[in-house]
Every structure is written in structure tokens, then in C-alpha cells.
Design a binder for this molecule. Sequence first.
Ligand code: MN
Length: 457
Amino acid sequence: MKRLLSGGTVVSGKGTKRADILIDGEKIVQVARTIVCPEARVMDVTGMLLMPGFIDAHTHFDLDVCNTTTADDFTSGSRAALRGGTTMVIDFACPNRGESLHQGLTLWHQKADGKTYCDYGFHMTIDDWNENIEREIDDMYAAGISSFKMYMTYPAMMIGDELMYKALKKLKEKGGICGVHCENSGVINALIAEKKAAGETGVSSHPRTRPAALEAEAVSRLLRIAQVVDIPVVIVHLTNEASLHEVEAARKRGQKVYVETCPQYLVLDESVYDSDDYSHAARYVCAPPIRTLDDQKALWRALRRGEIQTVSTDHCSFTLEQKEAGRGDFTKIPGGVPGVETRGELLYSYGVTTRRISLATMCKVLAENPAKLYGCYPRKGVLRPGSDADIVVYDPQADHVIRAEDMVGKAGYTPYEGFVTRGGIAQVWLRGQLAVDHGTVLADCSGKYIVRGKNSL
Ligand code: MN
């Protein structure tokens, strides 16, 4: 069946233009100023902004951490994502230590296949390194996985500088790309021990034991290792100005560095940890922690200048009941915040309408750049003939207030409670189907696994 979205303004990484969009089945077949197609069902989108479906390249659904499991599995998480305009997520497949990458991949397909509302792919986590895993890397590309993840913190996940070097060298052979969680593990452990010895076990010790300098140190070390290997890398969830300086220095040396940040670092600041109410403060605990207002400004500036390529959420949701586990010991608070449902409206409301970034930049960091970086462009990330008809219809007039009670995610709270939006998502189309209409999810679990190729950003 053909559909015609008529009268809207189409957004791309280059800017905006008045155009109609003709859809045939799952694909866009024409984008032009005026399209006449008598057999198409017409949807009037006059006054609306039409953006490529957002891609969230950093989610954790159905993940076991801190002796519990995230509140959102693939079903509830992807349903929330879709409602927030995200038509594709890239989650982190994570083998248990001692298991093969194949086992990790099989497990993630079991979690996601047939249970996901939006399209999806996986990054593969490298939390161990040996000859077997090295051989498996080739198979991962064949399975549609062109991106990987490593950790410089968390004892259960990190593999250390020596193995990180070896792993990056292997990925370079294949033209692969790796995202890295940058925080200095050793010094953080020492700071945690100091806080515990001093009896300071409340939530405010969380940000104090994970200062910006220790993120910047790890960013710097990673970038020097990448320099020796001669491979581009992705700094995931970068939070602060000091880390941006390290990126800038590496780029001046001629290195290719990609940077991701997240909404929680753009619209929240460290004062969220000040509350005496444990349950209120604990809901914002994530790593790296939320930083200062100056850091927030530096991130917006870097977004505007094109120094940050993607905004993802690091959606890792826990209910307030689950967050209770850290009462009396901040190191036991399950770390992570929900965000997959609110990313697009926050970027538009607190970035575009405040003139911190342009609409084109919003489109780049939410859709076009992640599609290119993670090897699914131009199928995803752009509205043009041949692309999947994944379309966000944004109504610039539909201002509203973000409320937990309206969310379909399972956390039961939102870090953005009470935030006023400018405009809102009116509709979301997933491969030619109207999947969300004014907040109501119409789709079912028809999300497809997307086989990805190489980085083209
Ligand atoms: Mn993460």
C-alpha cells in the first residue's frame, strides 16, 4: 500500500525543506516538493517536522547487573523507545566471562527476537580476550555486528590496557569500531575505600568518587593506546569539559575520534545528588555521574561545533524499589537511568528551541550520524528514496509536561519529571507502518534485527 505524508517539512543533517514523502510498503519511494499519487492514502502533516526515525545506539535492555535485572526488557524498553521516536536501538550484547562471543550473541537474540517493538542491532562487548575470542571477531562481522564495546572500569568487565591494545589491533584489521567506557578504575576504588572508611556512605559519595578528572584520564589513556594502534575509537557517554580537551588534543594529532553524550549530561547537573531524600537522589545514580553546569555548557558547545557526533541514552532502568539496594552503601545502588522515551523531545526542547543547536544538528546526532557510524546508512538515518520509511512526525506546537505516569517504560519514574517540552512527537512510522499516534503505541513486536556494515562517518 502507498502512503503520502503531505505538507510537512523534511529535516536532514543539511537543513530543512518543504516536501511530501511517498511511501510504498516499508520504503520511502519519493521525496519532492509536491507529490500527486491518486492511489496513495494521504496523511496531512501540514506544519509538522518530519525527521528520520531516531537511532539510540546505547541501550541496556534485559541486563543483569548488581544482582538484579534492568526494569526494562526488550519488549517494554523498545516500546518506550518507539514512543519516544526511536525506531532502532543498538543494545550491548554481553557474554558472561568465560563464555564465547557466540554464546553472548545467541543469548541476546533470545532476549530480543520476536519481543522487540522497534528495529534493533547489537554491539558486542569484549570483556575477556584470548585466542578463541580473537577468532570469533571475524564471525561477528558475518553476523552483522560491526561495533564493539570495552570497559576501563568495573572489575567484571575491564580487560586492562594490554588486552585492550591487542583487541583494538584485531578490530583494526577488520575496519571495526569500538566504544569505550572511560573511567580510571583503580583510583575510583581508592576513593570509594576512603569514603567508606569515613562513614560517608550516602548517595553524594557516588559523584565524589568518580570525578571528571578520572574520566578525562581514561579518555586520554584510551586515545594514546588508539594512537599507537592507529584506529578510530568512540568515547561513549562523555560527560565533561576536561574529557573534551583530551579529545581535542587527539584530533589535533590527527586521530579520528567519535564522541557520544547523553541527555542526562545535557539537561541535568550534579545538584541532583544533593537531596537528603535517598530515594530522590539515588534515581540519578549512573556512571559516569552527572556533572557541573559548566560541563553541561561545554557539551552543548561541542554539539553545536560538531565535536560530539551522537546523543544516545545509555538507558539502563531500575525501579525505585531496585534502587533501594544501595541505601546505606552507595556502591550497591544499581547504576543507570531511563531515557529512551524522552531523548528526542528533550533535544528539541532544550537544544533546538533554545538555539543551542540547529534542527540539522539534532537530526545528525539522533539519526544520521549513528546510522553512518554503526553501518546502517542510508537504510536508516535519512529520509530519501530507498530508505526505510522510519519517520518521526514532530508537532512544534504540542508543548507538554514530562510525567512518569505517562511513560510506558518500566522504571516507574523519569529523571525529567516536570520538564516542559517545546512541541512533541505526534506520530512515529516504522517501516511504513504508523507505530505511534499521539502517544499511543499501535505497533506490536515486529522489530527486525538489522545486519550492520562498516562505519561510513
Ligand atoms: Mn552503558
